[in-house]
Structures are given as C-alpha cells and as structure tokens.
Design a protein around this ligand. Structure first.
Ligand code: ZN
Length: 291
C-alpha cells in the first residue's frame, strides 16, 4: 500500500465509519441504475400510449402509487411491509437495518477492511426524494471476507439511521458496494458536529435541491476520499437495506470514529431532503454485533 497523507487517512477512517452506516438504503435494482420516479414512469406510459382511455391511465397510476413509500404517514416505515408483496421482508425480516449499536459490542479481533479508492469517478448526484445519492462510474472497491466489492453509490441519511448507545448522529453516509455475485456490503460513516468536511463541501456546491433533480459531478470532488487504506475500527453485523424492499444478507460495516460536519453543511442536506429520511432502529433479534 502506498503511503498516504494524514488527512487522507483521517478521511478514510471517517469514510469507513460512514460506510458502516452504509445501509443500502436503496432497493438493489436502484443501486446500479438511475432511479425512475413514479412520476417519470407514468409520464412515459402516457407518452407511449396516447390512445389509452383515461381510466386505464388512472389504474396504472394507482398501481404505481401503491408501491410508493415514504418516511411518514400511511406509507411510512411502519407500513412498508403492507404496501407491496415485494416489500414483505420489511415486516417479516429478522435481520433488518438499521440497528442500535451498543458500544460494548463483542470484541472479535475483526480483520481489517481494505479500501482501494484510487480513481474515484462519480457519475452524478441525484435527489431521489428519499436521499441525496452520488452514483459512481468506477474507481472504488473494498475487500471484505476475502472478496472484492465495488463502490456503486453512496447516499446520506439525516439524522443517522444506526444509533450508537441509543444516540443518533446528525448525518450518516452509506457507501454501497457490490461483489460479482451481487452481494451487498455497506460501509456506514457517521458525521458529528464539528469542522467542515472538504468532500461534503464539494458535494454541497452541486446539491440538487429538488426531488428528481440530477446534477453532474466533476471527478475532482471526490479527490479527498482517494487513497488506499485499511481499518479494523468498525462494528460488523448482518443486516438489510434500510429502504424497501428491505433485502437481507447485507454485510454492514459501521466505522467507529465519526467524521465532522459543519452546521451549514448539515443545513444544506436538510434543506435538500426536506424532511428526515431515517428508518427507525429495528430489533437485533438473534444477531451479534462485533467490533
Ligand atoms: Zn442508506
């Protein structure tokens, strides 16, 4: 591994932590491709079937909306499992994310997670209506359980989804990685009030403030995340996506050292997201959290 600067190391530690919180908050299908909002889908249907009777269009719109979910009210987290058969795991799953992490987690002498974030090439930054998400072309990978997982996207939750000793952090980043088999490893990083973060500063400048908005990103915006590093300072557990369809079998790696975020940076995320986008913590059941 090449020698890296202290600042990069500290960012990596932070990044790793962010990844831990990295529940893949997006459905698997959304990880690798741009998100199609229900509104877009309906518009496309109308555009390609102009002769359809209005009633048919209404039916389609209803079918689509019955699968839509949110963070409040009748389509909120308590109802996700009822909105669609595809979302049933949100209700029946026994290994759901996020969770509360007890800092007295079992000491397991965890092997280091190796990060190779050498040529981070972002595609864009999207306001999905559920999160602010940076989609990646290429350039980032981690090695976990002797397998390589490529960084596909990362996104943000405010407040944090995972809690430490019952306490939320103001912001959590989830770095979503996939291996060749399609298995998911999420690195979560928590952000606590502090100095401004250089990468967040760059992202805020390109922040899409409205649902459905997509902005291009210059490759330089992620330069402070680049480097090769490894860390054993993380919490490890099995979990799920934190958004419908709440798919289980996700490797969660939550970095133990939070990073800093300034008040104005946090405000920028809150303004763009309009409302909190955190699923409540889920029962641990038979799971063990290691550190
Ligand atoms: Zn997430």
């Amino acid at each position: 591994m090449k020698k890296i600067s202290t600042s990069i190391v500290s960012f990596l530690f932070i990044s790793t932590a962010a990844l831990s919180w990295a529940e893949t908050s997006l459905p698997v299908a959304e990880i690798a491709k741009p998100i199609v909002t229900p509104a877009n889908t309906i518009d496309m249907a109308k555009a390609t079937t102009p002769i359809e009777k209005p009633t048919t269009v209404v039916t389609k719109a209803h079918a689509q909306s019955s699968h839509s979910w949110s963070y409040t009210g009748q389509t909120g987290p308590a109802h996700w499992g009822d909105l669609s058969e595809k979302y049933s795991t949100c209700q029946s799953g026994k290994n759901q994310s996020p969770i509360n992490i007890d800092s007295d987690a079992i000491e397991a002498d965890l092997p280091a997670v190796k990060f190779k974030y050498n040529m981070l090439t972002p595609k864009n930054i999207v306001n999905t209506g559920h999160s602010i998400q940076v989609n990646m072309w290429s350039g980032g990978s981690i090695n976990v359980d002797n397998q390589n997982f490529d960084l596909k996207q990362f996104h943000f939750h405010t407040p944090s989804e995972n809690t430490i000793n019952g306490k939320h952090a103001p912001l959590e980043a989830h770095f979503v990685h996939l291996n060749k088999a399609g298995d998911i490893a999420v690195v979560a990083m928590l952000f606590e009030p502090g100095a401004s973060d250089r990468t967040l500063a760059a992202l805020v400048k390109s922040m899409p403030n409205n649902k459905g908005e997509t902005n291009k990103l210059d490759s330089k915006v992620l330069k402070h995340m680049e480097g090769e590093f490894k860390s054993s300072e993380y919490f490890r557990f099995n979990g799920s996506l934190t958004t419908p369809p709440c798919t289980e079998g996700v490797r969660w790696i939550v970095m133990r050292k939070p990073m800093g975020i300034s008040d104005s940076q946090l405000l920028a995320f809150q303004k763009a997201l309009k409302q909190p986008n955190s699923r409540p913590v889920q029962p641990l059941n038979a799971r063990i959290v290691s550190k």
